[in-house]
Design a protein. Structure first.
Lengths: 412, 98
């Protein structure tokens, strides 16, 4: 069976372009995005051997190279809050550990809520965050303007649809520049013996009588005792090669970057109802996106739309009019990997022993990868497990699936 | 005088940066863009793409004609956001560049 995985239009390039593909792997990871690379790195760091990562394209080609780089701890379930506290701490030590600048800036996240209903959700989440020692505060528009004087926002009052019902601010949330994370994880993994093969397309996954898998790739066959599907929005196509049906699907999200400006904007600013978010990177640009109503995509689509530019510019200029004079230099698209209940899909696929998935992160895979990959590596090596493997098990979509608190905060 | 040769003036990417990228195994303009950040500033590669392509070709021993330019992103030139803001205009004839 063939996939629609895009083949590189001009193969070649690193890493692993010149080296032959190993004949066999203990664990073969499909997808060299941040999740696959971070998992490979953690597996090797925990003593795993014969780890091979394959990807049809080059590093940072997919969603890991197309996202806004937000890393926040404002979540609505305790497990996610605690996971993201740990992820942020890994990000904070990443530059030193990996010897690469990831342009991290801890300027906080400011979420604005238009409606009372959203504000009520925030209040409940803040109480939970505070119990986990995340210092989020509920604030009014006066305080929001003190934090970001360029914001022109006002408190909601009767008959005023342009006002906001409230906001929350956590000063310890952060942004990073995604690209160097990939190079950092890739180089560190290679140093520990991981074989990374980009421009290596997987066209079939066969199961041998012994239980091993054979991956047919554009660089020859690879025998693997276990396989991890870390292909993000492309993970259903990859899983289908192994006869596994996954319930996630791709959703196009667009993003833009402006010319670089003198540093002025400390926090990431987001409006919960519209999905607007923007921040100023350490490189000086304003980077952000907004959710557009879009039909459920059957395959990944990466075209840029004028409609996005119009919606985004309108929403930005409405709350921060001075941005009207700032020039947009580039827009692009990337796929969110959507899951039916908004939570990731992580673990061994039901009915397919040895075939593991790590997908359905709904636009948060980048910020979650540092911590999820750490626990996934220990889980795969049989050292330790974590409650996330119950909460996010793919089994919940089959008969008698798990229930529990589902995440509510899905923006930025 | 400094011997530093700047190839991408927007993002301060030097000839040495590109040579290091190639030495580490990165070969294509798309990859070198993501490795060095060249071409991501206000000119979006309009000034530096040829120079970087030639530097990669020289460092990797490939013919310049074998190099492929990276994907061009809209808008065509840096444009103030105010020109896109406001009530939604009638659907443009070409909404999507895909």
């Amino acid at each position: 069976m063939k996939t629609r995985n895009p083949r590189p239009s001009h193969p070649g390039g690193a890493p692993g372009a010149a080296a032959p593909l190993p004949a066999a792997a203990d664990i073969a990871i499909i997808g060299a995005g941040v999740m696959g690379l971070a998992l490979a790195y953690n597996l090797a760091a925990e003593g795993g051997k014969r780890i091979v990562v394959v990807d049809a394209n080059y590093l940072a080609w997919g969603a890991s190279g197309r996202n806004g780089g937000g890393v926040r701890q404002q979540w609505s379930t305790e497990m996610n809050i605690r996971l993201m506290q740990e992820s942020l701490s890994i990000c904070a030590g990443f530059a030193q550990e990996m010897g690469i600048n990831v342009w991290m800036r801890q300027g906080g996240y400011l979420f604005l809520a238009r409606t009372e209903a959203t504000r009520a959700h925030l209040e409940a989440s803040i109480a939970l965050q505070n119990r986990c020692d995340v210092p989020t505060r509920l604030i009014d528009m006066n305080e929001a303007r003190q934090l970001v004087p360029e914001l022109e926002v006002r408190d909601a009052s009767a008959g005023d649809e342009a006002g906001f019902a409230g906001a929350c601010f956590n000063p310890t949330d952060a942004i990073v520049f995604p690209w160097p994370f990939l190079w950092g994880y890739a180089r560190a993994a290679q140093k520990r013996g991981v074989a990374i093969h980009t421009a290596t397309h997987v066209s079939a996954i066969e199961r041998r009588a012994s239980g091993d898998f054979v991956l047919q790739t554009s660089k020859g066959p690879l025998i693997a005792a276990r396989v991890v599907d870390a292909a993000g929005a492309w993970s259903p196509e990859v899983a289908r090669l192994a006869g596994v049906e996954l319930p996630d699907w791709p959703e196009r999200h667009e993003i833009l970057s402006t010319e670089p400006l003198k540093p002025f904007l400390r926090p990431m600013v987001s409006v919960l109802e519209s999905g607007l978010y923007f921040s100023q990177s350490l490189r000086g640009e304003i980077v952000g996106g907004i959710t557009l109503p879009s039909p459920r995509d059957r395959e990944v689509r990466l075209g840029s739309r004028l409609r996005f530019l119009q919606s985004m510019a309108t929403a930005m200029v409405e709350i921060m009019p001075l941005l009207g004079d700032v020039k947009v230099v580039r827009q692009w698209a990337g796929p969110y990997d959507m899951s039916p209940d908004g939570d990731p899909i992580v673990g061994e696929a039901p009915g397919a022993p040895g075939f593991y998935v790590c997908c359905g992160f709904v636009g948060h895979g980048f910020m979650m990868a540092p911590v999820v990959s750490r626990y996934y590596a220990r889980h795969l090596l049989g050292k330790e497990t974590h409650e996330l493997f119950d909460a996010w098990s793919p089994k919940r979509f089959t008969a008698g699936g798990a229930s529990g608190a589902r995440e509510q905060m899905h923006i930025g | 005088m400094s011997k530093k040769v700047i190839l991408c003036r927007c993002e301060d990417v030097t000839l040495t940066d590109v040579q290091r990228a190639v030495a580490s195994g990165v070969r294509d303009l798309e990859e070198v863009k993501r490795y060095t950040g060249f071409g991501t500033g206000p000119c979006q590669g309009k000034e530096c793409l040829r120079a970087v392509a030639l530097a990669i070709a020289e460092a990797s021993g490939r013919a310049p004609a074998a190099m492929h330019a990276f994907t061009t992103r809209p808008p065509l030139v840096p444009t103030e956001l105010k020109y896109f803001a406001g009530p939604r205009q009638a659907a443009a004839p070409a909404d999507e560049n895909a």
